[in-house]
Design a protein around this ligand. Structure first.
Ligand code: SAM
Length: 446
């Protein structure tokens, strides 16, 4: 390790910045943000008095000779110097910074490859939640209270670990809630057992379509209750120690009943676990996420919902169907092939218009009924349709044709053993579907 990393307290300290280049301005801003009193000088106008009392000095004049002169003067005055773009002349170098004040991540390649450090910073930026600073401040505000309630340092450490990963940490990250303090007091009274349920959308199958927040939840989970549509490639992204329970309900097959899933969810949260309820697509689109939230609400347990890319959006993107292309459609309607809504017998609207895009979930095995109900509601037999099986996944398949032909088109997507999930798009935009997938999944997805 050529450079020793340390964080400098510059509040009310003098820092000298020499130069009027962009690099000089950037350095001025950085040290100002850290509370320094900045002394700015132009290249030819530096005198030894400028170094008096300075904690640090920066040379960024854009001129090699001038920079060198400043560096010599700084050394004579005993002030650590940083020379822009000249690591060999530096007493200290500037790291790439990820700022979630008061949490700061500093990255350095020791001058070997600043670009690599910048790339790494981008990756860390993407991983760290925007509310991380708020979380740290919330913890700071509670420190004295926790120290008084838990005098033994081992107990405090265990408490904080659970608090930061658990319900209160989750709430502090995503929103500024006044209840955090009350909840923490309650937690201190009953001990460190606070669980939370995250109802998480896993997207249509390609792991690259997980949201950052979904990924974060997967990496914090104690237990994951997942549907059978969630592929192993997504479960592989979860924390290795997390327990995984398949709670999928398959049509016409024994499996978990909705009430069993809700009971398990509630029991696990009460036990103090961080529970991820992982559902394909989005939890609130034909996902019964609302019922699970209700079950948690009834028990007064904490929960969050993490949206996911629903199958309609994932499949449309994967085959190039712009769902509301203004040249063809003015709206998009999501329907269940089973029909389980309110109102008319199958829950569908009473009529459909030609400029409407319809996306039917769970409709392939009932294709004849879907067709007949759409014809009865005013759609023409020649309306274009596209059927997308296993959208965004390695086995993605597309069939296109007209509404009249829907049962014949759907048959191969249903009959094949192990056929994947299938979505039907109906409307003028369906004619824009590409014969070949326009999307190559980043990796094989089962
Ligand atoms: C119970 S619903 C769940 C929908 C999910 N919550 C969502 O937002 O996408 C299951 C249906 O979603 C559709 N589906 C889910 N993933 C799909 C995919 N990758 N390709 C095609 N259809 C998919 C199929 O119609 C499947 O029968």
């Amino acid at each position: 390790m050529r450079h020793f990393p340390a964080f400098h307290d510059l509040r009310d300290r003098v820092v000298l910045v020499v130069g009027d280049t962009t690099a000089a301005e950037r350095r001025r801003q950085l040290v100002s943000a850290a509370g320094a009193r900045v002394r700015v000088r132009l290249a030819g106008l530096v005198d030894p008095g400028d170094f008096v009392g300075a904690a640090l000095a920066f040379a960024a004049t854009g001129d090699e000779v001038a920079d060198h002169r400043v560096a010599l003067a700084a050394r004579q005055a005993g002030v650590p110097i940083n020379v822009a773009d000249r690591p060999a002349q530096c007493d200290f170098i500037l790291p790439a910074i990820v700022n979630r004040d008061p949490m700061i991540v500093a990255i350095s390649s020791g001058g070997a490859s600043p670009t690599l450090a910048t790339l790494l910073r981008a990756e860390i930026e993407a991983i760290l939640p925007a509310g991380l600073g708020r979380l740290a401040r919330a913890a700071e505000a509670l420190r004295d209270r926790v120290a008084a309630a838990l005098p033994a340092s081992a107990d405090r450490r265990a408490f904080w670990r659970r608090w930061l990963r658990g319900a209160n940490g989750g709430l502090a990250l995503s929103a500024d809630r006044s209840e955090i303090q009350a909840r923490t007091d309650a937690a201190l009274r009953v001990g460190p057992s606070i669980g939370i349920a995250h109802i998480v959308g896993a997207g249509p199958g390609d792991p690259d379509l997980l949201t950052l927040r979904a990924l974060r939840c997967l990496q914090e989970a104690d237990v994951i209750l997942h549907d059978h549509l969630v592929p192993p490639a997504i479960l592989d992204r979860a924390r290795r120690e997390a327990e995984r329970i398949a709670v999928g309900k398959r049509k016409n097959a024994p499996g978990w009943r909705q009430a069993d899933i809700e009971r398990e969810l509630v029991a696990r949260v009460k036990r103090g676990q961080i529970v991820v309820r992982l559902k394909s697509g989005d939890p609130f689109v034909f996902g019964r996420g609302g019922e699970e939230v209700d079950a948690l609400r009834r028990e007064g347990l904490p929960w969050t919902v993490v949206p996911g890319v629903t199958a309609a959006l994932g499949c449309a993107a994967a085959v190039g169907i712009p769902l509301t292309d203004r040249r063809h459609a003015s709206s998009v309607t999501l329907l269940s092939g089973h029909g389980a809504g309110v109102g008319a017998a199958d829950g569908w609207p009473a009529s459909f218009a030609p400029d409407q895009t319809l996306v039917v979930y769970m409709g392939a095995s009932e294709a004849a009924s879907v067709r007949d109900r759409m014809l009865a509601r005013g759609l023409a037999a020649a309306t274009p349709v596209a059927i997308v099986e296993s959208g965004t996944r390695a086995g993605q398949r597309l069939s296109t044709g007209t509404l009249a032909d829907l049962p014949r088109l759907a048959a191969p997507h249903v009959a094949r053993g192990g056929a994947g999930p299938t979505l039907i798009v109906v409307g003028a935009v369906a004619s824009l579907a590409g014969a070949e997938p326009r999307y190559a999944p980043a990796e094989e997805v089962a």
